[in-house]
Every structure is written in structure tokens, then in C-alpha cells.
Ligand binder design. Sequence first.
Ligand SMILES: Cc1ncc(COP(=O)(O)O)c(C=O)c1O
Length: 504
Amino acid sequence: MVIATASLVETQAPVTFHHKSDLGFFKKSHNNGVTQFNNAKQLIGNAFRERVEKIDQEICNPGDEDTFFVADMGEVYRQQVRWKMNLPRVKPFYAVKCNPDPTVLRLLAEMGNGFDCASKAEIEQVLNMGVDPSRIIYAQPCKTNSYVRYVASKGVRQMTFDNADELRKIAKLYPEAELFLRILTDDSSSLCRLSLKFGAALDTTDNLLALARELNLDVVGVSFHVGSGASDPNAFLKAVQDAYTVFNQAASYGYILKTLDVGGGFCSDETFEPMAGVLGRALDEYFPPHLGVNIIAEPGRYFVSSAFSLACNIIARRTLEDPKAASGPEGVAAPPSYMVYVNDGLYGNFSSIMFDHQNPIAKILQSGERFHYNTEAANGTAEQGRGTEYSIWGPTCDGIDRITESIRFHQTLDVGDWLYFEDMGAYTSCSATRFNGFTDNHDVIYVCSEPGARAMLGIKWPSDIMMTMMAIMVITVIMVIVTIVLGCDDAEGAWRKRGADESL
Ligand SMILES: Cc1ncc(COP(=O)(O)O)c(C=O)c1O
């Protein structure tokens, strides 16, 4: 798990806000998406630069040059606004498993979200933030006995089930639980399929509801998950239709279900709006607002994926000279290619390559003395035969630990240079291991490109501090001037008085 090693204020302080234009960005950001984007990029870039410039590769201590994240809480906030605009009826219960970063959880809690937890540790983390147990759903259809006893002791009532054994377990350990019947979906279009493992097929739901009634359990809703990283909006339509069928089945057993949980699967890219459009229309058709059914969801990657960027240091390089291509056409020597080894890999924050089928794109953060964040020079080149070819490898001894098979850059990379990767917030650090003795606990530098999120997190932003200091200085100067003027007046008054006395 990623742990912040410094507080927000401390880590943000170095994010420079000394240029007048920086302050201007915030003013414009409400009505200019491009400017807002630039502002966020500038904050992230400043944070990267500040950290990287502090590290002297020649003398630094082991670990000083470790991989680190920069996380923009403003991006999480914008995703919340985007959600509200597209799915106003659906209340998110953030899937903690995706990224249990404490600052993310705090911001999401402040914004009124609930939480989807899958284990005792996740539930404990959320409860320890002071979140009410009614804002948690234990959305794991196959639960550990001792965890069920734990949630019973804490009053976390909402939980999912999808089979008869689980119903009997709950009847024994926590008969007061509020149960959601998780149904099977067609998740064939998703990155990570879940229906192989979870979900009751529609031909089993009737029997499950009958058993729940027999065991005198409280079934309150239906849940589904169309698979993590879903790409077919129609999967939502079909799932809502199936949920509607189960609502009706439940009614025949005397259960008037009050909540539909549409799960996760939403991506943060441009697929979100069409996906939300199909889901929203399906909800309005099958669960129109006048029925009074609560709609909740369990989005994970949607909130965090784009909020986190990762910087990695090049720790080693291997030059590959191809003896057969020692000289190119017309006797010109063929350029070498390189294998570069960075201090993070598939066993670390790039676990998303294995478990989440991701393909993180390397960009150059710093080569030599030059800082390239968010510039053309940072990007690999798509032109065949141009630039220098690299493959990028993790630090462990395992041959599968490769991040990028082939990428071409115009820059020549060497040991000590830095790469960065965007969209690294989902299913990255949470599934990192400590294989080969490398840490799974990397620093997170938080920035915040949205004033609303800063206010919710109670952050004193450098610009706020500057404004306060400037106000204090102005007041002090005014007071000094007033004192001097009054002093003069007094002196003048005293002088006049003395003159008057003398003339008497
Ligand atoms: C039950 C459940 N809910 C929510 C999620 C979050 O999914 P996503 O990150 O795709 O939104 C998952 C992911 O595996 C899950 O298993």
C-alpha cells in the first residue's frame, strides 16, 4: 500500500506558486477546461521537478532515488463532479481495493461517498476515518467467517451474497445483515472478468431468495458488476434488466427491495459518458425515480486512475550493439539500442500489467540536466526507424519483469535519468509485492488543482499562505503609516499647543 510520508501541506509547499500566472490559472479554471488541465499539469510537473532535483545520484542514500507518485486530488474531485453530471441518481461507494490511499479516501468521504470494502482491513481503515457503518458495503460474496463476526460487531450491515452456503454462513454469524443478491453479468467486454468467480445465474436466484426467506434473512437489494474496465455499455443495460427481474422475483417472496447496486467497471477515459448514458437510460426505464429505489455503484478505477503519475529512476543500462548491423547503408554505423532497468516493475507498481492488463506508456521526465515533463521531448516517437530504441525492465531477477518491450525516444537515456508514467492510480501500488527485497511502500506527493478539493481536505495552500502573509504585510504597513501620521498630528498638535501656551 502506498503510504504518504509527508503531510499535504509539507509536500505541497514546494509546488511553486510564485508566478503571478499561477494564481491566474485558478481564477480561469472554472470556465476553461484547457487552462484547468494546464494548471494540473503544471502542479504535477513542479512536484516532480522539486523532488527529482533534490536527489544527487552521486551521493544519495539507498532508497533516496526510489520510485514515487505525484497524486492530484483535484483530479479525484473533477471525477466526482463528472459523475454527478452524468449519473445524478447513482451514489458512488468507492471500491477501496482499487487504491486505498488515505488522502483519496478522506476526500471521497468528505464528498459524501460511501465505500465498497472487501476485507476486514479495508473496513477498519474506512471506519477509522469516522465514516458511519451505513456508508459501507461489504461487497464480497464469499466472506471470511471471522470478518463477518467483525462487521457484526461494528454494525456494518450491508453485504453481498451469491450462493446458498454463504446464506447459511450469514444466518449463523450475522442474521441481522442487510443482503444484496449479486447476480451474474456478461462481462466478456471487460479487462478483468469477475463473473467466472462471482454472481448468481438467473436460473438460481429464485431458489436463493426462497432459502433467504426460509432462513429469515433480510434481503434488501440486488448488485452486479459488469467486470472491471468494461467497454460495452450494453452490458449495463442487460444487467439492469436482469436486476429488474430479480426485484420482481424477490417481491414474490415478500421482499420489497430498496436498493440496486450497479457495481464498478467504469473507466475514466472518454468511454465514461456513453457508458453512463446507457446505464442512466436503463435505470430510468426499469427503476424510474418514482419507485423510490436507491441506486448505488462501486466505482474504483474511475476515481483514481488518472489522478496518479509515477516517476521511476533508471538504475542500469545495457547497450546492445548488433554485430550483424554494425554498419548501416553506405558504411554508416547502425546506432545501438538499449535495455534500461528502472527501480520499479511488474512485482511493484507495474503489477497492473499482470493483474489489470494495462500497458503503461513511458515518458521521459529528466534526461541529463534537462526536464521534459509534459513536453514533446518527453514522448516516444511513433516514426519507424527514428530515434533510439529501448526496452524497459524492472529491477528484479525475473525475466518476466519487463514494463515495455520496445519504445523509441529521440533522447539518449542513461543511468540516473528519470521516466514517468501517467494513469497509474488504479490497481498499482495496492497489488505491489516486496519480491527481491524491493519496497512496496512508495512516497506519494500530493498536489491539488481544485480549490474545492483543497477546502475539503483543509489544506493551507502556499498561495493561501502567501495571500494571508501579504494581507498581514499590507495591514502592518497601513498601521505604521497611520501611526506615523497620527504621531505627526500629535507632534503638530503638541507644537501648536506649546505655541499657544507660549503666546499667553
Ligand atoms: C465487487 C467489486 N466492486 C467494485 C470493483 C471495482 O471495479 P472498478 O475498479 O472496475 O470500478 C471491483 C473490482 O474488482 C469488485 O470486485
